[in-house]
Design a protein around this ligand. Structure first.
Ligand code: SF4
Ligand code: SF4
Length: 165
């Protein structure tokens, strides 16, 4: 059936099922941004103070005019939580949960299929509806440190390494 003008290419949904191959977690540089809520949740789960978690597992990066906290990497550009799989899978950040439904991958069928050359989960398994895809696209948390609560900025000041500023 022919798509109407303004209908997104994913109008009838897209298939995706993670094979847990780990390719998107390892082997190349990248950022995994963290919201305030995610930092508190992951730190709590690891039984760390937020400032300890920030100090040990994050760095500040500047992107799109914002300062954000991102997970650090270990050689050779693996996510700090990648060890033959995600060590925090059940509490992984939204950025990981929502992959591969990121705006830059959903701009066209061509981009989506191109991603399939990298990610073996593309176009297989579970059918995500248009509404589910748009929920994932529209619920990205606020990563801008300047919008975090004053209380959180206190943790940040205590925990962040000067070299990352
Ligand atoms: S590259 Fe794709 S299939 Fe492999 S772990 Fe990442 S999301 Fe899953
Ligand atoms: S937090 Fe887990 S899912 Fe996210 S990049 Fe790191 S290892 Fe992968």
């Amino acid at each position: 059936m022919k798509r109407k003008r303004n209908q997104p290419f994913y109008d009838t949904g897209l298939k995706f099922e993670c094979t847990r191959c780990g390719k998107c977690c390892s082997g190349f540089p990248g950022y995994v941004y963290l919201s305030e809520e995610e930092i508190l949740r992951i730190a709590n789960n690891l039984m760390l103070k937020p400032s300890q978690f920030i100090d040990s597992y994050t760095k500040i990066v500047r992107i799109l005019g914002q300062h954000r906290l991102s997970l650090i990497e270990k050689p050779p550009f693996d996510c700090v939580f990648y060890e033959k799989g995600c060590m925090i899978y059940e509490i992984r950040p939204y950025q990981c949960i929502s992959y591969p439904f990121w705006r830059r991958h959903i701009v066209s069928l061509r981009e989506w299929n191109k991603l399939g050359e990298f990610c073996p989960g593309i176009n297989r398994g579970i059918l995500f509806s248009k509404e589910e895809i748009e929920d994932l696209l529209n619920n990205v948390p606020d990563y801008n440190i300047m919008n975090f609560s004053p209380n959180f900025l206190h943790h940040l000041n205590s925990g962040i390494k000067e070299k990352n500023m």
